[in-house]
Design a protein around this ligand. Structure first.
Ligand code: AMP
Length: 542
Protein backbone atom coordinates (compact mmCIF):
# COMPACT_ATOMS: atom_id res chain seq x y z
CA UNK A 1 0.00 0.00 0.00
CA UNK A 2 1.35 3.45 -0.88
CA UNK A 3 1.17 6.30 1.58
CA UNK A 4 -1.09 9.19 0.79
CA UNK A 5 1.48 11.95 0.72
CA UNK A 6 2.16 14.31 -2.16
CA UNK A 7 4.68 13.18 -4.70
CA UNK A 8 6.24 16.65 -5.03
CA UNK A 9 9.41 16.39 -7.12
CA UNK A 10 12.68 17.42 -5.45
CA UNK A 11 13.82 20.22 -7.75
CA UNK A 12 16.44 22.95 -7.54
CA UNK A 13 13.56 25.17 -8.68
CA UNK A 14 11.96 24.39 -5.31
CA UNK A 15 15.02 25.68 -3.44
CA UNK A 16 14.92 28.85 -5.52
CA UNK A 17 11.21 29.48 -4.95
CA UNK A 18 11.39 28.70 -1.23
CA UNK A 19 14.39 30.98 -0.74
CA UNK A 20 12.76 33.74 -2.76
CA UNK A 21 9.62 33.60 -0.61
CA UNK A 22 11.31 33.26 2.78
CA UNK A 23 14.76 34.80 2.55
CA UNK A 24 14.48 37.14 -0.44
CA UNK A 25 16.27 39.96 1.38
CA UNK A 26 19.29 37.93 2.56
CA UNK A 27 22.43 38.99 0.74
CA UNK A 28 24.90 37.59 -1.74
CA UNK A 29 28.18 39.50 -1.70
CA UNK A 30 30.69 38.87 -4.51
CA UNK A 31 34.09 39.90 -5.73
CA UNK A 32 34.16 40.07 -9.55
CA UNK A 33 36.70 41.24 -12.09
CA UNK A 34 34.62 44.40 -12.68
CA UNK A 35 33.54 45.05 -9.08
CA UNK A 36 35.58 44.49 -5.90
CA UNK A 37 32.41 44.19 -3.80
CA UNK A 38 29.10 43.55 -5.50
CA UNK A 39 26.12 43.25 -3.20
CA UNK A 40 22.54 42.20 -3.86
CA UNK A 41 19.85 39.87 -2.49
CA UNK A 42 18.54 36.40 -3.25
CA UNK A 43 15.41 38.08 -4.65
CA UNK A 44 17.64 40.07 -7.06
CA UNK A 45 19.55 36.93 -8.01
CA UNK A 46 16.43 34.94 -8.85
CA UNK A 47 14.90 37.90 -10.71
CA UNK A 48 18.01 37.94 -12.90
CA UNK A 49 17.90 34.13 -13.18
CA UNK A 50 14.44 34.54 -14.74
CA UNK A 51 15.87 37.05 -17.22
CA UNK A 52 18.68 34.60 -17.94
CA UNK A 53 16.12 31.83 -18.57
CA UNK A 54 14.47 34.10 -21.15
CA UNK A 55 17.90 34.57 -22.73
CA UNK A 56 18.26 30.78 -22.99
CA UNK A 57 14.87 30.60 -24.66
CA UNK A 58 15.88 33.32 -27.13
CA UNK A 59 19.07 31.37 -27.88
CA UNK A 60 16.85 28.36 -28.59
CA UNK A 61 18.45 26.24 -25.86
CA UNK A 62 16.66 22.89 -25.58
CA UNK A 63 15.97 20.74 -22.53
CA UNK A 64 18.99 18.60 -21.75
CA UNK A 65 21.42 20.84 -23.69
CA UNK A 66 24.74 21.30 -21.97
CA UNK A 67 25.86 24.89 -21.42
CA UNK A 68 29.44 25.41 -20.33
CA UNK A 69 30.63 27.91 -17.72
CA UNK A 70 34.23 29.04 -17.23
CA UNK A 71 33.78 31.24 -14.23
CA UNK A 72 34.90 32.02 -10.70
CA UNK A 73 32.65 32.09 -7.65
CA UNK A 74 30.46 35.13 -8.08
CA UNK A 75 26.87 36.26 -8.39
CA UNK A 76 26.62 35.84 -12.16
CA UNK A 77 27.78 32.24 -11.90
CA UNK A 78 25.26 31.74 -9.09
CA UNK A 79 22.44 33.06 -11.31
CA UNK A 80 23.48 30.71 -14.10
CA UNK A 81 23.46 27.72 -11.74
CA UNK A 82 19.75 28.31 -11.18
CA UNK A 83 18.76 29.67 -14.58
CA UNK A 84 20.30 26.79 -16.53
CA UNK A 85 19.27 23.90 -14.26
CA UNK A 86 15.74 25.15 -13.60
CA UNK A 87 15.26 25.79 -17.33
CA UNK A 88 15.86 22.06 -17.80
CA UNK A 89 19.31 22.38 -19.34
CA UNK A 90 22.60 21.20 -17.81
CA UNK A 91 25.04 23.61 -16.21
CA UNK A 92 28.43 22.26 -17.21
CA UNK A 93 31.04 23.86 -14.99
CA UNK A 94 34.49 23.72 -16.61
CA UNK A 95 37.65 24.01 -14.54
CA UNK A 96 39.61 26.86 -16.20
CA UNK A 97 42.79 25.75 -14.43
CA UNK A 98 43.02 22.65 -16.58
CA UNK A 99 45.44 22.48 -19.46
CA UNK A 100 43.99 23.75 -22.75
CA UNK A 101 43.72 20.34 -24.37
CA UNK A 102 41.68 19.00 -21.46
CA UNK A 103 39.32 21.97 -21.55
CA UNK A 104 38.86 21.39 -25.26
CA UNK A 105 38.23 17.68 -24.69
CA UNK A 106 35.72 18.34 -21.92
CA UNK A 107 33.70 20.95 -23.85
CA UNK A 108 33.64 18.72 -26.94
CA UNK A 109 32.77 15.59 -24.99
CA UNK A 110 29.90 17.39 -23.28
CA UNK A 111 28.87 18.90 -26.64
CA UNK A 112 28.31 22.27 -25.01
CA UNK A 113 25.99 24.50 -27.07
CA UNK A 114 27.06 27.81 -25.53
CA UNK A 115 29.85 28.77 -23.17
CA UNK A 116 29.46 31.45 -20.51
CA UNK A 117 32.85 32.82 -19.62
CA UNK A 118 34.51 35.32 -17.33
CA UNK A 119 36.53 37.99 -19.16
CA UNK A 120 39.70 36.37 -17.80
CA UNK A 121 39.20 33.24 -19.93
CA UNK A 122 38.27 34.91 -23.23
CA UNK A 123 41.83 34.70 -24.61
CA UNK A 124 42.03 31.00 -23.72
CA UNK A 125 38.75 30.29 -25.51
CA UNK A 126 39.80 32.36 -28.54
CA UNK A 127 42.76 30.02 -29.03
CA UNK A 128 40.66 26.87 -28.97
CA UNK A 129 37.34 28.02 -30.45
CA UNK A 130 38.00 26.42 -33.86
CA UNK A 131 38.18 23.04 -32.17
CA UNK A 132 34.93 23.61 -30.24
CA UNK A 133 32.54 22.56 -32.98
CA UNK A 134 29.33 22.26 -30.98
CA UNK A 135 29.62 25.72 -29.41
CA UNK A 136 27.32 28.16 -31.19
CA UNK A 137 28.35 31.23 -29.24
CA UNK A 138 30.10 32.64 -26.20
CA UNK A 139 28.51 34.81 -23.54
CA UNK A 140 30.99 37.01 -21.70
CA UNK A 141 30.01 37.51 -18.06
CA UNK A 142 30.36 41.26 -17.88
CA UNK A 143 28.68 44.55 -18.80
CA UNK A 144 29.07 46.67 -21.95
CA UNK A 145 31.65 48.91 -20.30
CA UNK A 146 33.97 45.98 -19.52
CA UNK A 147 33.24 43.89 -22.62
CA UNK A 148 36.59 43.06 -24.25
CA UNK A 149 37.35 43.27 -27.95
CA UNK A 150 37.18 39.61 -28.90
CA UNK A 151 37.51 37.30 -31.89
CA UNK A 152 35.19 34.77 -30.26
CA UNK A 153 32.46 33.81 -32.71
CA UNK A 154 29.00 35.03 -31.84
CA UNK A 155 30.31 36.79 -28.74
CA UNK A 156 27.60 38.28 -26.53
CA UNK A 157 27.67 40.48 -23.46
CA UNK A 158 25.79 38.90 -20.52
CA UNK A 159 24.47 42.14 -19.06
CA UNK A 160 23.24 43.32 -22.47
CA UNK A 161 21.42 40.02 -23.00
CA UNK A 162 19.79 40.23 -19.58
CA UNK A 163 18.76 43.85 -20.06
CA UNK A 164 16.75 42.93 -23.15
CA UNK A 165 14.67 40.28 -21.42
CA UNK A 166 11.69 40.24 -19.08
CA UNK A 167 12.11 39.14 -15.47
CA UNK A 168 8.95 37.04 -15.72
CA UNK A 169 9.44 33.41 -16.54
CA UNK A 170 7.37 30.31 -15.77
CA UNK A 171 9.76 27.61 -14.67
CA UNK A 172 8.91 24.23 -16.20
CA UNK A 173 7.71 21.22 -14.19
CA UNK A 174 10.61 18.82 -14.40
CA UNK A 175 11.04 15.22 -13.41
CA UNK A 176 13.22 15.22 -10.29
CA UNK A 177 15.70 12.89 -11.98
CA UNK A 178 16.37 15.48 -14.71
CA UNK A 179 20.09 16.21 -15.15
CA UNK A 180 20.98 19.57 -13.57
CA UNK A 181 24.74 19.94 -13.76
CA UNK A 182 27.85 18.27 -15.13
CA UNK A 183 31.38 18.29 -13.72
CA UNK A 184 34.37 16.41 -15.12
CA UNK A 185 36.82 14.73 -12.84
CA UNK A 186 40.32 13.74 -13.95
CA UNK A 187 40.87 10.21 -12.75
CA UNK A 188 43.89 7.95 -12.88
CA UNK A 189 43.49 6.66 -16.35
CA UNK A 190 42.77 8.25 -19.63
CA UNK A 191 40.40 11.08 -20.18
CA UNK A 192 38.42 13.17 -17.66
CA UNK A 193 35.05 11.65 -16.81
CA UNK A 194 31.77 13.54 -16.55
CA UNK A 195 29.69 13.29 -13.38
CA UNK A 196 26.10 14.18 -14.22
CA UNK A 197 24.17 15.50 -11.21
CA UNK A 198 20.37 15.45 -10.97
CA UNK A 199 17.90 17.82 -9.34
CA UNK A 200 16.90 15.13 -6.84
CA UNK A 201 20.50 14.33 -5.82
CA UNK A 202 21.30 18.03 -5.47
CA UNK A 203 18.30 18.76 -3.24
CA UNK A 204 18.89 15.72 -1.00
CA UNK A 205 22.58 16.59 -0.77
CA UNK A 206 21.71 20.14 0.30
CA UNK A 207 19.40 18.77 3.02
CA UNK A 208 22.10 16.38 4.22
CA UNK A 209 24.78 19.05 4.17
CA UNK A 210 22.74 21.56 6.19
CA UNK A 211 22.09 19.14 9.09
CA UNK A 212 23.31 19.99 12.61
CA UNK A 213 26.08 17.38 12.75
CA UNK A 214 27.21 18.36 9.28
CA UNK A 215 27.58 22.03 8.17
CA UNK A 216 24.97 23.02 10.79
CA UNK A 217 23.65 25.77 8.53
CA UNK A 218 20.95 28.22 9.50
CA UNK A 219 19.54 31.61 8.54
CA UNK A 220 21.93 33.11 11.10
CA UNK A 221 24.97 31.95 9.13
CA UNK A 222 27.15 33.70 6.62
CA UNK A 223 28.89 31.19 4.33
CA UNK A 224 32.11 31.79 2.39
CA UNK A 225 32.86 28.91 0.00
CA UNK A 226 36.54 29.08 -0.98
CA UNK A 227 35.96 25.97 -3.05
CA UNK A 228 35.38 26.74 -6.70
CA UNK A 229 31.94 26.66 -8.24
CA UNK A 230 33.68 24.84 -11.12
CA UNK A 231 34.68 21.95 -8.86
CA UNK A 232 31.70 19.89 -7.62
CA UNK A 233 29.38 22.87 -7.26
CA UNK A 234 31.45 24.54 -4.51
CA UNK A 235 30.62 21.49 -2.37
CA UNK A 236 26.89 22.19 -2.70
CA UNK A 237 26.92 25.52 -0.84
CA UNK A 238 25.16 27.46 -3.64
CA UNK A 239 22.14 25.23 -2.86
CA UNK A 240 22.43 24.57 0.90
CA UNK A 241 23.04 28.22 1.90
CA UNK A 242 19.94 29.66 0.15
CA UNK A 243 17.84 26.68 1.30
CA UNK A 244 18.28 27.83 4.92
CA UNK A 245 18.54 31.55 4.14
CA UNK A 246 22.21 31.89 5.02
CA UNK A 247 24.06 34.89 3.59
CA UNK A 248 26.53 33.92 0.86
CA UNK A 249 29.91 35.54 0.24
CA UNK A 250 31.65 34.65 -3.04
CA UNK A 251 35.36 35.52 -3.41
CA UNK A 252 35.54 35.59 -7.23
CA UNK A 253 39.08 35.34 -8.56
CA UNK A 254 40.54 36.09 -5.12
CA UNK A 255 40.26 32.56 -3.73
CA UNK A 256 43.97 32.20 -3.02
CA UNK A 257 44.43 35.65 -1.51
CA UNK A 258 44.72 35.46 2.29
CA UNK A 259 44.31 39.19 2.73
CA UNK A 260 41.13 39.43 0.63
CA UNK A 261 39.66 36.37 2.34
CA UNK A 262 40.39 37.86 5.74
CA UNK A 263 38.87 41.21 4.80
CA UNK A 264 35.75 39.53 3.44
CA UNK A 265 35.42 37.39 6.55
CA UNK A 266 35.68 40.40 8.86
CA UNK A 267 33.60 42.90 6.90
CA UNK A 268 30.78 40.49 6.02
CA UNK A 269 30.65 38.62 9.34
CA UNK A 270 31.43 35.21 7.85
CA UNK A 271 30.59 32.42 10.33
CA UNK A 272 31.56 29.35 8.30
CA UNK A 273 34.02 28.89 5.45
CA UNK A 274 35.08 25.91 3.35
CA UNK A 275 38.17 24.99 1.38
CA UNK A 276 41.06 22.63 0.68
CA UNK A 277 44.05 22.57 3.09
CA UNK A 278 46.17 24.80 0.80
CA UNK A 279 43.68 27.67 1.19
CA UNK A 280 43.86 27.45 4.97
CA UNK A 281 47.63 27.24 5.06
CA UNK A 282 47.64 30.46 3.03
CA UNK A 283 45.17 32.19 5.33
CA UNK A 284 47.03 31.08 8.47
CA UNK A 285 50.29 32.40 7.01
CA UNK A 286 48.63 35.74 6.25
CA UNK A 287 47.13 36.00 9.74
CA UNK A 288 50.50 35.16 11.22
CA UNK A 289 52.40 37.77 9.17
CA UNK A 290 49.85 40.52 9.65
CA UNK A 291 49.10 39.84 13.32
CA UNK A 292 45.37 39.63 12.54
CA UNK A 293 42.78 37.23 13.83
CA UNK A 294 39.26 36.09 12.95
CA UNK A 295 36.46 37.65 14.95
CA UNK A 296 33.32 36.17 13.37
CA UNK A 297 34.38 32.84 11.86
CA UNK A 298 33.30 29.98 14.11
CA UNK A 299 33.99 26.93 11.98
CA UNK A 300 36.03 25.95 8.99
CA UNK A 301 35.42 22.91 6.82
CA UNK A 302 38.50 21.31 5.29
CA UNK A 303 38.23 18.66 2.61
CA UNK A 304 39.52 17.55 -0.74
CA UNK A 305 42.76 16.32 0.85
CA UNK A 306 43.80 15.22 4.31
CA UNK A 307 43.95 17.96 6.92
CA UNK A 308 47.18 18.29 8.91
CA UNK A 309 46.82 18.31 12.73
CA UNK A 310 48.77 21.59 12.88
CA UNK A 311 46.01 23.35 10.96
CA UNK A 312 43.34 22.12 13.41
CA UNK A 313 45.49 23.25 16.35
CA UNK A 314 46.44 26.67 14.97
CA UNK A 315 42.86 27.61 14.15
CA UNK A 316 41.74 26.41 17.59
CA UNK A 317 44.52 27.96 19.68
CA UNK A 318 45.23 31.19 17.80
CA UNK A 319 41.82 32.06 16.35
CA UNK A 320 39.17 30.16 18.36
CA UNK A 321 37.92 28.50 15.19
CA UNK A 322 36.77 24.88 15.12
CA UNK A 323 38.00 22.81 12.17
CA UNK A 324 35.81 20.06 10.73
CA UNK A 325 37.29 17.68 8.23
CA UNK A 326 35.07 16.48 5.39
CA UNK A 327 35.62 13.81 2.79
CA UNK A 328 33.92 13.24 -0.51
CA UNK A 329 34.42 13.19 -4.22
CA UNK A 330 32.96 14.63 -7.41
CA UNK A 331 31.10 11.36 -7.90
CA UNK A 332 29.35 12.01 -4.55
CA UNK A 333 28.05 15.57 -5.20
CA UNK A 334 30.59 15.60 -3.17
CA UNK A 335 29.84 14.99 0.51
CA UNK A 336 30.47 11.58 2.08
CA UNK A 337 31.72 12.01 5.63
CA UNK A 338 31.94 14.91 8.06
CA UNK A 339 33.85 15.16 11.31
CA UNK A 340 31.78 16.19 14.31
CA UNK A 341 32.33 14.75 17.75
CA UNK A 342 30.01 12.40 19.61
CA UNK A 343 29.09 12.91 23.29
CA UNK A 344 32.07 12.70 25.66
CA UNK A 345 34.74 13.02 22.96
CA UNK A 346 35.45 16.69 23.61
CA UNK A 347 36.69 15.73 27.11
CA UNK A 348 39.28 13.25 25.83
CA UNK A 349 42.99 14.03 26.30
CA UNK A 350 44.36 16.31 23.55
CA UNK A 351 46.27 13.62 21.67
CA UNK A 352 43.23 11.35 21.48
CA UNK A 353 40.97 14.23 20.50
CA UNK A 354 43.27 15.38 17.70
CA UNK A 355 43.52 11.77 16.46
CA UNK A 356 39.73 11.77 16.06
CA UNK A 357 39.53 15.27 14.58
CA UNK A 358 42.07 14.47 11.88
CA UNK A 359 40.02 11.52 10.65
CA UNK A 360 37.84 12.18 7.61
CA UNK A 361 34.69 11.90 9.73
CA UNK A 362 31.57 9.81 9.99
CA UNK A 363 28.95 9.05 7.38
CA UNK A 364 26.31 11.62 6.60
CA UNK A 365 22.78 10.21 6.47
CA UNK A 366 22.20 9.62 2.78
CA UNK A 367 25.53 7.91 2.20
CA UNK A 368 26.06 4.27 3.17
CA UNK A 369 29.69 3.24 3.56
CA UNK A 370 31.62 0.01 3.79
CA UNK A 371 35.17 -1.24 3.45
CA UNK A 372 36.03 -4.48 1.70
CA UNK A 373 39.11 -6.64 1.14
CA UNK A 374 40.48 -7.58 -2.28
CA UNK A 375 37.87 -10.33 -2.58
CA UNK A 376 35.08 -7.82 -1.88
CA UNK A 377 34.31 -9.25 1.56
CA UNK A 378 33.16 -6.73 4.13
CA UNK A 379 35.76 -5.73 6.71
CA UNK A 380 34.98 -4.87 10.34
CA UNK A 381 34.62 -1.34 11.67
CA UNK A 382 37.40 -1.78 14.21
CA UNK A 383 39.63 1.13 13.25
CA UNK A 384 42.37 -1.34 12.23
CA UNK A 385 41.26 -3.28 9.16
CA UNK A 386 41.71 -1.24 6.01
CA UNK A 387 40.18 -1.88 2.64
CA UNK A 388 38.56 -0.42 -0.44
CA UNK A 389 35.97 2.18 0.50
CA UNK A 390 32.59 1.74 -1.18
CA UNK A 391 29.58 4.00 -1.00
CA UNK A 392 25.91 3.91 -1.95
CA UNK A 393 23.15 6.49 -1.81
CA UNK A 394 20.90 8.90 -3.69
CA UNK A 395 23.67 11.45 -4.35
CA UNK A 396 26.32 8.93 -5.47
CA UNK A 397 26.87 8.52 -9.22
CA UNK A 398 26.02 5.28 -10.99
CA UNK A 399 28.01 5.87 -14.16
CA UNK A 400 29.76 8.58 -16.18
CA UNK A 401 28.30 10.88 -18.80
CA UNK A 402 28.48 9.43 -22.30
CA UNK A 403 29.67 6.02 -21.10
CA UNK A 404 27.67 2.82 -21.22
CA UNK A 405 29.81 1.20 -18.56
CA UNK A 406 28.10 0.67 -15.19
CA UNK A 407 30.25 1.92 -12.35
CA UNK A 408 28.40 0.23 -9.54
CA UNK A 409 28.46 -3.43 -8.53
CA UNK A 410 25.49 -5.78 -8.50
CA UNK A 411 24.46 -4.53 -5.06
CA UNK A 412 24.68 -0.89 -6.09
CA UNK A 413 28.00 0.03 -4.41
CA UNK A 414 30.35 2.57 -5.98
CA UNK A 415 34.07 1.95 -5.45
CA UNK A 416 35.64 5.25 -4.39
CA UNK A 417 39.20 4.19 -5.17
CA UNK A 418 40.19 5.21 -1.65
CA UNK A 419 41.49 2.86 1.00
CA UNK A 420 40.26 3.43 4.54
CA UNK A 421 39.65 2.20 8.06
CA UNK A 422 36.39 2.78 9.94
CA UNK A 423 36.40 2.74 13.74
CA UNK A 424 33.63 1.39 15.98
CA UNK A 425 32.18 4.92 16.34
CA UNK A 426 31.89 5.15 12.54
CA UNK A 427 34.81 7.57 11.98
CA UNK A 428 36.50 6.87 8.66
CA UNK A 429 40.21 7.43 8.03
CA UNK A 430 41.68 7.45 4.51
CA UNK A 431 44.93 5.51 4.63
CA UNK A 432 45.80 5.47 0.99
CA UNK A 433 44.47 5.85 -2.51
CA UNK A 434 44.17 3.12 -4.99
CA UNK A 435 44.52 5.82 -7.56
CA UNK A 436 47.91 7.18 -8.41
CA UNK A 437 46.94 10.72 -9.28
CA UNK A 438 48.54 13.47 -7.27
CA UNK A 439 46.52 16.07 -5.43
CA UNK A 440 48.08 19.53 -5.39
CA UNK A 441 46.15 22.29 -3.66
CA UNK A 442 42.99 20.22 -3.92
CA UNK A 443 43.27 19.69 -7.67
CA UNK A 444 44.25 16.46 -9.39
CA UNK A 445 47.46 16.08 -11.32
CA UNK A 446 47.45 12.96 -13.45
CA UNK A 447 50.66 10.99 -12.98
CA UNK A 448 49.98 9.10 -16.18
CA UNK A 449 49.88 12.26 -18.28
CA UNK A 450 53.23 13.33 -16.82
CA UNK A 451 54.77 9.90 -17.30
CA UNK A 452 53.57 9.67 -20.87
CA UNK A 453 55.03 13.06 -21.63
CA UNK A 454 58.36 12.26 -19.93
CA UNK A 455 58.69 8.99 -21.81
CA UNK A 456 58.24 10.91 -25.07
CA UNK A 457 61.67 12.46 -24.41
CA UNK A 458 64.17 10.66 -26.65
CA UNK A 459 66.66 10.14 -23.82
CA UNK A 460 64.14 8.65 -21.37
CA UNK A 461 63.67 4.89 -21.13
CA UNK A 462 61.07 4.79 -18.41
CA UNK A 463 59.45 7.21 -15.99
CA UNK A 464 57.19 7.22 -12.98
CA UNK A 465 55.59 10.11 -11.16
CA UNK A 466 54.47 9.97 -7.56
CA UNK A 467 53.06 12.53 -5.15
CA UNK A 468 55.40 13.68 -2.40
CA UNK A 469 54.22 15.56 0.68
CA UNK A 470 54.49 19.32 0.34
CA UNK A 471 53.85 21.76 3.22
CA UNK A 472 51.81 24.19 1.12
CA UNK A 473 50.18 22.19 -1.66
CA UNK A 474 49.59 18.96 0.22
CA UNK A 475 51.36 17.00 -2.48
CA UNK A 476 53.54 17.81 -5.46
CA UNK A 477 54.79 15.55 -8.23
CA UNK A 478 58.24 13.94 -8.15
CA UNK A 479 59.47 12.53 -11.46
CA UNK A 480 61.60 9.39 -11.31
CA UNK A 481 63.45 8.65 -14.54
CA UNK A 482 65.47 5.80 -16.02
CA UNK A 483 67.70 7.22 -18.77
CA UNK A 484 68.25 5.49 -22.10
CA UNK A 485 71.65 3.74 -22.18
CA UNK A 486 74.38 6.31 -22.71
CA UNK A 487 71.99 9.26 -22.34
CA UNK A 488 72.89 12.23 -20.14
CA UNK A 489 69.64 14.23 -19.88
CA UNK A 490 69.67 16.24 -16.63
CA UNK A 491 67.06 17.76 -14.32
CA UNK A 492 66.72 21.18 -15.94
CA UNK A 493 66.53 19.72 -19.44
CA UNK A 494 63.93 17.23 -18.23
CA UNK A 495 61.76 19.90 -16.60
CA UNK A 496 61.91 22.27 -19.56
CA UNK A 497 60.68 19.35 -21.71
CA UNK A 498 57.22 19.85 -20.15
CA UNK A 499 56.98 23.54 -21.15
CA UNK A 500 53.96 24.01 -23.36
CA UNK A 501 53.01 20.34 -23.13
CA UNK A 502 51.17 20.38 -19.83
CA UNK A 503 49.75 23.01 -17.48
CA UNK A 504 52.57 24.88 -15.70
CA UNK A 505 51.39 23.85 -12.24
CA UNK A 506 51.55 20.19 -13.24
CA UNK A 507 55.31 20.35 -13.91
CA UNK A 508 57.09 18.12 -11.34
CA UNK A 509 58.92 19.86 -8.51
CA UNK A 510 61.95 17.62 -8.81
CA UNK A 511 63.54 14.84 -10.85
CA UNK A 512 65.41 11.80 -9.55
CA UNK A 513 67.43 9.57 -11.89
CA UNK A 514 67.56 5.85 -11.07
CA UNK A 515 69.00 2.74 -12.73
CA UNK A 516 65.73 0.87 -12.73
CA UNK A 517 62.12 1.02 -11.51
CA UNK A 518 60.37 -1.71 -9.51
CA UNK A 519 57.82 -3.72 -11.54
CA UNK A 520 54.95 -6.11 -10.89
CA UNK A 521 54.74 -9.55 -12.46
CA UNK A 522 52.71 -8.11 -15.29
CA UNK A 523 55.26 -5.42 -15.99
CA UNK A 524 53.48 -2.50 -14.29
CA UNK A 525 55.50 -0.05 -12.25
CA UNK A 526 55.04 -0.69 -8.52
CA UNK A 527 54.11 2.80 -7.36
CA UNK A 528 53.53 1.52 -3.83
CA UNK A 529 57.20 0.64 -3.56
CA UNK A 530 58.26 3.99 -5.00
CA UNK A 531 56.06 5.87 -2.57
CA UNK A 532 57.61 3.95 0.29
CA UNK A 533 61.13 4.57 -1.01
CA UNK A 534 60.54 8.30 -1.38
CA UNK A 535 58.18 8.87 1.53
CA UNK A 536 60.66 11.15 3.34
CA UNK A 537 61.85 12.88 0.19
CA UNK A 538 62.14 16.63 0.64
CA UNK A 539 61.28 18.62 -2.47
CA UNK A 540 63.35 21.72 -3.28
CA UNK A 541 61.88 24.81 -1.64
CA UNK A 542 59.55 22.89 0.65
P1 AMP B 1 37.57 15.07 -6.22
O1 AMP B 1 36.63 14.22 -6.98
O2 AMP B 1 38.50 15.85 -7.08
O3 AMP B 1 36.88 15.90 -5.23
O4 AMP B 1 38.55 14.10 -5.41
C1 AMP B 1 38.06 13.12 -4.55
C2 AMP B 1 39.20 12.44 -3.86
O5 AMP B 1 39.91 13.38 -3.03
C3 AMP B 1 38.76 11.36 -2.88
O6 AMP B 1 38.49 10.14 -3.54
C4 AMP B 1 39.95 11.29 -1.95
O7 AMP B 1 41.00 10.50 -2.49
C5 AMP B 1 40.42 12.73 -1.88
N1 AMP B 1 39.87 13.40 -0.68
C6 AMP B 1 38.77 14.15 -0.57
N2 AMP B 1 38.61 14.60 0.68
C7 AMP B 1 39.63 14.10 1.40
C8 AMP B 1 40.03 14.19 2.77
N3 AMP B 1 39.35 14.90 3.66
N4 AMP B 1 41.15 13.53 3.13
C9 AMP B 1 41.87 12.80 2.25
N5 AMP B 1 41.54 12.69 0.95
C10 AMP B 1 40.44 13.32 0.53
Amino acid sequence: MHGLMMDTPLLITGIMQFTDANFGQREIVSVTADNPLHRYTYADAFRRARRAANVLKRLDVQRGDRLGTLAWNDYRHFELYYAISCYGAVCHTVNPRLFGEQIEYIINHAEDQYVFTDVAFVALLEQMQDQLETVKGFVVLTDAEHMPQTKLRNAMCYEDLLAEESDRYDWPDLDERTASALCYTSGTTGKPKGVLFSHRATVLHAYGEAMPDVFDLSVMDCVLPVVPMFHVNAWGTPYAAPMVGAKLVLPGPKMGDGQVLHELMESEGVSISLGVPTVWLGLLAYLDESGQTLSSVKRIVIGGAACPASVVEKFRDLHQVYVHQAWGMTEMTPLGTFNTLKPGMADLPQDQLIAIQTKQGRGVYGVEMKITDDDHHDLPWDGKAFGGLKVRGPWVCSGYFGSEEARIDADGWFDTGDVATIDPEGFMLITDRTKDVIKSGGEWISSITLENSAVDHPQVAEAAVIGVAHPKWGERPLLIVVRQPGADVDKSEMLSWFDGKIAKWWIPDDVVFVDELPHTATGKIRKVDLREQFQDYVLPGS
